[in-house]
Design a protein around this ligand. Structure first.
Ligand SMILES: NC(=O)c1ccc[n+]([C@@H]2O[C@H](COP(=O)([O-])OP(=O)(O)OC[C@H]3O[C@@H](n4cnc5c(N)ncnc54)[C@H](O)[C@@H]3O)[C@@H](O)[C@H]2O)c1
Length: 307
């Protein structure tokens, strides 16, 4: 299939493009930053470029991952977010409809589901962790979330009005760099990422594979929105204890973890304020992340055996 991939020079784009090519697809990368995965250096905000690219390359599917995102909030104006994330998505949808594109996958974010109240968590007086599913009505707290949610609505509208099959993937975090949040302060990067796999992270490989699954299933699904995050061991009934005393909940699910963590000098977050539930992706998309917290523990156990 001839696929247009936006954001092809990015972290996700550079993991996804080779994977798609390995499956026999022809990938045309579009990104304002040049890289070995990018064939067209340009912006999705450039409507003429987008219309022409989709038409001239006889594109059959679009995977739309290019965006301004959280790290850009500090250095880009709100209007840049609108131009890239909203107008850019609209340009792609219009080009898709005009050219009879058969599948559209949009990379969204779980972060749009985080209101200020959820973010304030325990310190803000929350009595339990937020259990987050696709059923909730999000109230995004920043321009990133607002523009991603607007783009999701455009996707839904184009499905309704034009029958374009669209799958929206609200992915949890997969960025490689250390976190900016209070959570991370006490922990090493590897420790933080391991902890986050319990409730709000996935590997970039799993993020890329979710896009492959969405591409394959889009015509069958019509339109759907999925949270994509590593499988969580937690249940809604855990939420009160998660915010008050997360380590004891984790120990209940993984009795071996305290010893393995202690040996490594790792610690668990004292409080967990949210859990992304990826069960709809499992049920309807048939997708489950390969790497989870259990794999980290298995790795720690293997290291123990080696020493
Ligand atoms: N990294 C995460 O943890 C995370 C979490 C949730 C969702 N996402 C989403 O995943 C997608 C990929 O993120 P990433 O982590 O690979 O980030 P990244 O910054 O590495 O990649 C984003 C790419 O989009 C490109 N881009 C920016 N403006 C563009 C424009 N006008 N036209 C075309 N491309 C443009 C950038 O140049 C960059 O190469 C984004 O849509 C992001 O919102 C990322």
């Amino acid at each position: 299939m001839r696929i247009l991939l936006t954001g092809s020079s990015g972290w996700l784009g550079s993991a996804l493009a080779p994977r798609l090519r390995g499956l026999g697809h022809e990938v045309i990368g579009l990104d304002p930053v040049s890289s070995s995965e990018t064939n067209i250096v340009g912006s999705i905000a450039d409507r003429e470029l987008v219309m022409q690219t989709v038409h001239d390359n006889r594109i059959r599917a679009i995977i739309h991952s290019g965006a301004l995102h959280k790290p850009n909030i500090e250095n880009r104006a709100n209007s840049d977010f609108i131009a890239t994330n909203v107008q850019g998505t609209l340009n792609l949808l219009d080009a898709a409809v005009a050219a009879g594109v058969e599948r559209f996958v949009f990379t969204s974010t779980t972060s749009l589901m985080i209101s200020q109240a959820i973010r304030d968590g325990f310190e803000g007086g929350a009595r339990k962790a937020a259990w987050l599913t696709e059923e909730m009505s999000p109230e995004p707290r920043n321009i990133y979330g607002v523009t991603k949610l607007s783009a999701e609505h455009l996707c839904r509208l184009y499905h309704l009005q034009h029958g374009l099959p669209v799958v929206v993937l609200r992915t949890a975090r997969f960025f490689p760099e250390a976190d900016d949040m209070a959570h991370a302060i006490e922990q090493s990067d590897a420790n933080t990422k391991a902890n986050e796999l319990l409730f709000r992270r996935l590997t970039v490989k799993d993020a890329a594979q979710a896009h492959v699954a969405a591409l394959e299933k889009a015509p069958q699904l019509g339109f759907d929105v999925f949270i994509v995050s590593a499988p969580t061991p937690f249940r809604p009934e855990d939420c009160a204890q998660l915010i008050a005393d997360a380590p004891s909940v984790v120990a209940r699910h993984f009795p071996g973890y305290p010893r393995l963590y202690a040996r490594k000098g790792w610690t668990m977050f004292s409080s967990i304020d949210r859990v992304y539930d990826p069960s709809r992706a499992r049920e309807r998309l048939g997708f489950v992340c390969k790497t989870s917290f259990a794999d980290v523990l298995a790795q720690l156990r293997a290291e123990e055996g080696d020493s």
